[in-house]
Ligand binder design. Sequence first.
Ligand SMILES: [Zn+2]
Length: 104
Amino acid sequence: MAELINCPACGNQVSNQAPSCPNCGNPIATETTGVQSIQATGKSLKLQQLLSSVTTIIGLFMVFGGMPSDGGEPSGGFAVGVILLLGGFVWFAYARFMTWWRHG
Ligand SMILES: [Zn+2]
């Protein structure tokens, strides 16, 4: 969508679709590309949120599945589950934070 923006170099009003500012020649279209890459980043952050929540859930199942019953040693899956659970949770928190940071 074309809209008038202020040229970052000289402040002249210029269409954001223009390849460069007609007043000073500062490239404008790169600004639009920058916005598109932020949208792409937002998409990848959504994917990261999805992957991290799946990782957390898998970790949760492994922790409960490998939980030592009658006071015995926890199975190897338990330790892996804890790592997945913590890692997934931190990853999810990071993705949530980055989403909020960019869109909030
Ligand atoms: Zn300009």
